[in-house]
Design a protein around this ligand. Sequence first.
Ligand SMILES: [Zn+2]
Length: 471
Amino acid sequence: MAMVPLVTSEMDPAPAPTSTPVAPPAAHEYSMPAVPAAMGPLCTLCATGLRLSFLEDLLTPSSCTHCLGVLPHAESLARALAETVRDEVVAYDAPSFAVEIMLPRALAGRHTAYVERAGGYIAFEVRKEFAKRAVPVMEEVLGKRYSTEGPLRLLLAITHAETDAPIAARAAEARRPAKRGRFEGRGKADPPAASQPERLPFPPSTPTTLPIVGACTVRRDPIYLGGRYLKLERHISQTLWRIKGQRKTELSVAECVSFGVADMTQCDAEIGFLSAGREDADVRMLGTGRPFVLEVRNARKVDGIDPVALAERANKEFAGKVQVSRMCVVNKDEVKQVKEGEELKAKEYTCLVWAPGVDQRKVDEINALPAFQIDQHTPLRVLHRRPNLMRPKTVHWIRMTPLNDGQGPLYRVTLETQAGAYIKEFIMGDTGRTRPSLSSLLGTHADILELDVTKVALEWPPARTADASTA
Ligand SMILES: [Zn+2]
């Protein structure tokens, strides 16, 4: 439709000559539309919300150039959305749900067009208005309470093919690399950024179809199970270890400690595993074990979680290999303590060391050492996947005990170090990448035959009273 010509103010210090185009006025000058017929049609809600003056006959019960019909049909759309996910939602024993709704993409550009016409910022938002009407309907259909806290998260989409398609086409066009002449430099024919909202003609086109339900997903916030594990046998990796599709170890700690969890909670198959540090597959984890956390994703059943029963099942299944203790439900803050503990807490080790040509005087010297610092470059064996850094680490104490049982120059070495020290490299020296090493201190080549972690000095999970164990 034709726009009414705009007249410049008499106060304008430099009135534009009539022969040249008039500069567009500031947005506020649009506050009262010159021709009401240039609007709409709009639904009553949008007309009121946008605070625009309209002719009565432009107000429609359903079609709307601003919300595309989302608001006049909010209740029926909400019902359709809820019915789409109802079967899935009832499988969860969660009392409440949070919801995120994706509205048709064209709404942003249309809102901008109306806001500019109305003269600037307007608090009215289709999203909020829709939520107000949709939530009670969804609560009724799903039989659950709405809460921003979840724990169920519904991600629901309302689509409008008629207006979505041109936007998608435009975005695809913007992503396509521009054809360039052979000698053309970059930046000469850059396509418009896809993120920029399209400038719409005013009024925006009148939709001929109504929005419909799009893709919907349901997720539950993860719950966390904490505990400590012992690894009593060697050749068990901490997590599933595969190279080119082939398992490198028969078992992993993560598999053992999560045994039965998917069964009990009906969670997703992939369960997250986190621990306070790690040991290699050929290293045992003894003493009181190492703290770990399982991230149980998308659990359908949480009310009946019995951590003690889970630990018992795992311990029976993997007797003599991996054992779980102090299993309990933990919260996010407690999970953080494990991550922090990994960085901070001291570790105690015991190892079997082969070291020829060492006399008792040397052994006594080593045993008398006060705490000392070692400088460790990233070990050669992990250099392909870790950055090459130098980390200073403290050895708090070290004790060597000769094992004179006729098997050669064997020693039991126990030591306590700062978290994150590489013990194998400290014993052997890693071709000089760890200084000093036990090898360099002894003046011989010391080799490590067996290694066990005997203490992870992180008191975790926190002690619980019996009735709080599944809180
Ligand atoms: Zn509307």
